[in-house]
Write a protein that binds this ligand. Sequence first.
Ligand SMILES: *[C@@H]1O[C@H](CO)[C@@H](O)[C@H](O)[C@H]1NC(C)=O
Ligand SMILES: *[C@@H]1O[C@H](CO)[C@@H](O)[C@H](O)[C@H]1NC(C)=O
Length: 221
Amino acid sequence: MKLVLSLTLSFLIFAFITTLSLAFSNDEQVLDTNGNPIVPGGEYYIFPATQDPYKGGLRLAKTGDSKCPVTILQNESITGLPVKFTIQGISNDIIMTGTELKIEFTKKPNCVKSSQWLMFFDYDASSFNVIIGVDEYIPEIIIIDGTFYIQKYGNAYKLGFCNDDMGEQNCLDIMRWNNSKDGGSRLRLILKAEQEVQDPYPVVFVDAPSFESGILMNVSL
Ligand SMILES: *[C@@H]1O[C@H](CO)[C@@H](O)[C@H](O)[C@H]1NC(C)=O
Ligand SMILES: *[C@@H]1O[C@H](CO)[C@@H](O)[C@H](O)[C@H]1NC(C)=O
């Protein structure tokens, strides 16, 4: 009896420690470049983590046979569009690394119903790219079910995507992919087979209102 009890107790302690270490595993709150936590509903530019992290934003463009600008492109010479994050499922509104997120642009072209980010398989490019909106403008589209997330990457962050289609989560990082004809780099999944040779795209999150007021201040000076 004593043995059973102590086994139960040690199991409980073990379970507690495991839960604790999961809860505290490397997850941490995601911060913007001002050092403030990013919050659901806030507006942020996603810029490359460079010395001057105030350009190199994301825009929408027509690629392939698309009649609507739904492909997300990163371009070094633009500010681009800010995004908003929404937490999927139960949450206390804190965006941690690893939190399952929906991402959408704060503006959308008229030809799509939504500016929510989607992962789709592009037959022409044989790759999984990030696009927005709905499928009717791209032939033979395959949208992959899943959610985006942010992870720490060096001093900055990287974006990733988890596909939970098969009952178990399969998470992959996102890289930039310059095919030199789109007018910028696509955001593309790094497939398992490419992990040795491709690096994730290092990003920072810049608070859009303070970025924009910074520009206004410069203009008025
Ligand atoms: C993309 O590729 C083209 C052609 O190879 C090159 O001229 C351009 O500088 C590249 N852009 C980036 C952002 O790497
Ligand atoms: C980025 O955008 C600028 C301005 O639209 C364009 O001239 C340039 O070619 C683009 N860069 C790439 C790598 O496509």
